[in-house]
Structure formats: structure tokens, C-alpha cells
Design a protein around this ligand. Structure first.
Ligand SMILES: Nc1ncnc2c1ncn2[C@@H]1O[C@H](COP(=O)(O)OP(=O)(O)OP(=O)(O)O)[C@@H](O)[C@H]1O
Length: 260
């Protein structure tokens, strides 16, 4: 039985005169991984911030199921370097304060228990991402929201981290909403892909999307080659406000079309 944790209905977010994202419709169910892809500035982080409640939609409705706990891994978290802070102390800042055994379990799950007493300021990019994931898991979330979890992680580490993320819905009985640019890895570890460019260009299961003739037209040759490289071909243009304007030779309009 499906359980909807998060639903966006016709959601838009406008900043001053500029519409950043518009007419967004999608859901995240318990047990599934939904991944947002799209070019820089396409509104992925804005949408994620609305998902976790840091931004309020200027139109439409964002609904959370009753008593849903959210674990959030932001795209960037800057810490004052003058503050001495170990991983243990950083994780203990979580609310409610976790018990020592919970810290160890979370760190063990992300393969970072050896970092417990290290300074957060000396961690590598990949290590820091794991600590942020552990911090999100400590909330025992129903919905885990990960904004570019692979930042600063090397290729081997990315595969490991994706394998880990792929197991989370089963192990934690949660839903995952994730932003990623790593299309080839995304496709291996995702139940649903949402392609965003100020609006939803297309969405669906990776297999059906990658075999869908309209997807192939959207992504061109790369789409037929197992999505090894990501590039965003667009069937229309955007004006300075992010609004869609007709392309001179429109190929296809996939706005808000579900491909699965
Ligand atoms: N608080 C804000 N005020 C003004 N403009 C904003 C704000 N937040 C985001 N924007 C603008 O909205 C657009 C979308 O930003 P957003 O960070 O959501 O994109 P993104 O798809 O996550 O990009 P990236 O892949 O580079 O992280 C950008 O042009 C950005 O400058």
C-alpha cells in the first residue's frame, strides 16, 4: 500500500518579479527514491527548500502527511572555522540530542565511525558529506531530503554513497527526495526522476523514461547510450523571469507530462 509523505500541487515560488519554479506537481511515497535533475539554476534547491519548509510556496499547495519527520542534508552548511568542533560535538547539536550509541550507529551506517573525534574543519569533502548524512539519519526521518549529497565525493565514494542511499528506504522505511547531477548513478538508484527547468519538463521511472521516445528526443543520443553523460536539451526557451517562451522550431512540449 502506498503512503504519500509529501505532495506538491501546482506549486510555484516567485521572488520579487521573477518566477523561480512554477506549476510543480509530484509526490514522494514512503519507500521510494525521487531524484530531481536539471541544469544549474533550474530551481532544484528552491524546490527542496519548499519541501523541508524553509521556503513557502507563493502559489499552490505543499502537503506533508501527518507527523512526518524530515531529515535534511543541505547543499552547503558553513561552520565558523574559529569554533573548535569535533564530529561528535557537531552531531550532538542535533535536536533532540542523540545518545552516544545512536551517534555510533549513524556513523557506522555511513562508514564514518572512525571520524567521531576528528575536527569537522579537517574533514575531506566526501567525509563531510557522510557526516551530514549521518546527521540527517539521526532524526529517524520518514522523509529524507538530500540536496546534492555527492558534492566533493570521489567516483568510488559516489558509488558507495549511492548504494547506501539506495538501501535507506528499506532500512529506515523512509522516502527520499534527492537532488543530483550524476545522471548515470541517479538512474541506477532511483524510483522516479523529475527533470526540472523552472517547471517539470518530464518525470517518471528511470527505465520507462530512458526508453521513452519523448525522453530520447529530449536527451538526444546520450539518452540512448545508457544516460552515461547528462546534458539538458530543451524544447523551449525561458525569458528573464523563467517563463517559457516558444522555441523558434519547437521539438516537443513535455511540460508536466508523466512518462511512466
Ligand atoms: N532567495 C533567493 N532570492 C533570489 N533568487 C533566488 C533565491 N533562491 C534562489 N534564487 C534564484 O533562483 C534560481 C534557482 O536557484 P536554485 O538554487 O533553486 O537552482 P538549482 O537548480 O538548485 O541550481 P544549482 O544546480 O546550481 O544548485 C537561481 O537563478 C537563483 O539565483
Amino acid at each position: 500500500m502506498t503512503e504519500t509523505l509529501l505532495a506538491f500541487q501546482n506549486v510555484s515560488w516567485q521572488h520579487e518579479q521573477r518566477i523561480i519554479v512554477r506549476d510543480i506537481d509530484f509526490t514522494v511515497q514512503r519507500g521510494e527514491i525521487v531524484t530531481l535533475i536539471g541544469p544549474n539554476g533550474s530551481g532544484k534547491s528552491s524546490l527542496v527548500k519548499m519541501a523541508v519548509g524553509l521556503l513557502t510556496p507563493t502559489a499552490g499547495v505543499r502537503q506533508l502527511a501527518n507527523k512526518v519527520r524530515i531529515g535534511y542534508m543541505p547543499q552547503a552548511l558553513r561552520l565558523d572555522r574559529s569554533l573548535p568542533l569535533t564530529v561528535r560535538h557537531f552531531l550532538e547539536l542535533a535536536s533532540p540530542k542523540p545518545a552516544p550509541i545512536q551517534l555510533l550507529i549513524a556513523l557506522n551506517e555511513v562508514g564514518a565511525e572512525h571520524l567521531l573525534n576528528n575536527s569537522v574543519h579537517t574533514l575531506s569533502g566526501g567525509e563531510w558529506q557522510r557526516i551530514l548524512l549521518a546527521r540527517a539519519l539521526l532524526r529517524q526521518p520518514d522523509l529524507l531530503v538530500l540536496d546534492e549529497p555527492m558534492q566533493g565525493v570521489d567516483l568510488t565514494g559516489q558509488e558507495e554513497l549511492y548504494q547506501l542511499i539506495a538501501q535507506l528506504p528499506t532500512q529506515h522505511r523512509c522516502g527520499v527526495l534527492m537532488v543530483s547531477h550524476d545522471l548515470h548513478l541517479v538512474m541506477a538508484a532511483t524510483d522516479k526522476v523529475i527533470c526540472l527547468n523552472g517547471h517539470i519538463c518530464c518525470q517518471g521511472h528511470p527505465e520507462s523514461v530512458s526508453n521513452h521516445p519523448e525522453y530520447l528526443r529530449l536527451f538526444g543520443l546520450q539518452g540512448s547510450q545508457g544516460l552515461a553523460v547528462y546534458s539538458h536539451h530543451h524544447d523551449h526557451q525561458h525569458d528573464a523571469h523563467g517563463c517559457v517562451t516558444p522555441h523558434l522550431a519547437p521539438r516537443l512540449d513535455l511540460r508536466r507530462q508523466t512518462l511512466s
